[in-house]
Design a protein around this ligand. Structure first.
Ligand SMILES: NC(=O)c1ccc[n+]([C@@H]2O[C@H](COP(=O)([O-])OP(=O)(O)OC[C@H]3O[C@@H](n4cnc5c(N)ncnc54)[C@H](O)[C@@H]3O)[C@@H](O)[C@H]2O)c1
Length: 354
């Protein structure tokens, strides 16, 4: 789709489009909704087939952030940015630093309407660089006074989400009696696997990087599942922690699990896939509720002044929020995905005075 059509079809507040001459990159910032606070969301550094694919990503992801922040009850709205580069510059290189400093000036020009953080291919070192030119950034390294990498908090939040989902799907939350298949063993998935191991779950681990999967499986006494075999593998809980759109018309009929709860953003390929899962008798924990640990950590630590105990209890509350969503879904005969969407939209509507 062309730029004009994408923007016309989007109901967000604004999008900034900047072409970076020195690198022929596109810098795109989507601010979807600022009713609850400044649009907050990460900066994705990636190559795309064409600039409109990057715009499509930024528009969709910034909207998803609106609902994630609202569901987590944080004083932030939805925003997201993409730097669409011909080639991702090497971490630590002069080229990367120069690109990020120019990007930081663009973020700063919005005077806080958008607050950035790390996302795919960016991390706390990059946030340190960005912070040299703007204060509207979360997730700097702890050495520089920031909250650091949110992966650990996201993983702990997902763990609480899995426990609540197991409680609802099986009637008790004893993870010792359950098998969990974790797809993607990066920053979040590897830590989640550690929590599940400590809780006594039977672990199945998969990653496109087979060596990574084998090494972690050896460490945790888990079984490796080949990345291509994930969808048809029998397990109690499937935890997608790699990429989005893993749950679709094609994959749902092949699933052999009772419940799904994981970190990946936008797990449903289409809005109708929430109903499809419900019809298949699979309990789906909506991703934007389950994976909010990262934004809870960043906002709590850097903006709201929470101590360790408050942050920990807010991460634990992800489980309670899910149980409320499952209850509402049952009461109103909705899929959990639709119920979560309604909860988030109602919070924004109430704040708007609607
Ligand atoms: N890091 C966070 O705090 C955070 C917060 C919210 C949501 N998320 C989402 O959670 C997911 C994981 O995030 P992360 O930070 O751990 O990413 P990461 O890049 O550190 O790890 C992703 C892992 O998935 C593997 N992978 C990629 N495609 C795969 C496939 N098809 N099958 C199996 N493995 C595959 C990669 O090899 C890698 O090990 C992403 O979708 C991300 O958007 C992350």
């Amino acid at each position: 789709m062309a730029f004009e059509e994408l923007i016309e079809a989007w109901d967000g507040e604004g999008v900034v489009v900047h072409h970076d001459e020195p690198t022929s990159s596109w810098m795109l910032i989507g601010v979807h909704d600022t009713t609850l606070g400044p649009g907050m969301g990460g900066t994705r550094l990636s190559s795309y087939r064409q600039p409109s694919d990057a715009l499509d990503d930024v528009l969709r992801l910034s909207e998803a952030m609106t609902w994630k922040q609202a569901a987590a009850d944080l004083p932030y709205g939805g925003g997201k940015a993409v730097i669409a580069v011909p080639e991702v510059p090497t971490p630590g290189s002069d080229d990367r630093r120069a690109l990020l400093l120019r990007y930081a000036e663009l973020v700063d020009s919005l005077h806080g309407t958008y607050v950035t953080a790390a996302d795919m291919n960016t991390g706390e070192t990059d946030m340190d660089t960005i912070a040299e030119r703007t204060s509207h950034v979360l997730g700097r390294s702890t050495a520089n006074g920031g909250a650091g990498d949110p992966g650990a908090a996201t993983a702990l939040g997902v763990f609480h989400g899995i426990r609540a989902t197991v409680l609802r799907a099986f009637g008790d939350d004893a993870l010792e009696a359950r098998s969990v298949l974790v797809q993607g063993l990066g920053s979040v998935g590897s830590r989640l696997a550690g929590h599940l191991h400590d809780a006594g779950a039977t672990l199945l681990l998969a990653d496109v990087d087979a060596e990574r999967a084998t090494a972690l499986a050896d460490e945790l006494g888990a079984k490796v599942v080949r990345a291509n075999d994930v969808i048809g593998t029998e397990c109690d809980v499937f935890a997608p922690c790699a990429t989005g759109k893993v749950l679709s018309e094609d994959t749902i009929p092949l699933l052999r699990c009772r419940a799904i709860a994981g970190a990946a953003n936008n797990q449903l390929a289409t809005a109708g896939d929430g109903e499809r899962l419900r019809d298949a008798g699979i309990l789906f924990a909506p991703d934007f509720v389950v994976n909010a640990g990262g934004v809870i950590h960043l906002a709590g630590r850097e903006t709201l002044g929470w101590d360790d105990a408050t942050t920990a209890s807010r991460l634990e509350a992800i489980g309670d929020s899910l149980l409320e969503i499952f209850d509402r879904a049952e009461r109103e005969s909705l899929s959990p995905a639709t119920a979560a969407d309604r909860v988030a939209r109602e919070r924004v509507a109430v704040a708007r005075g609607e």
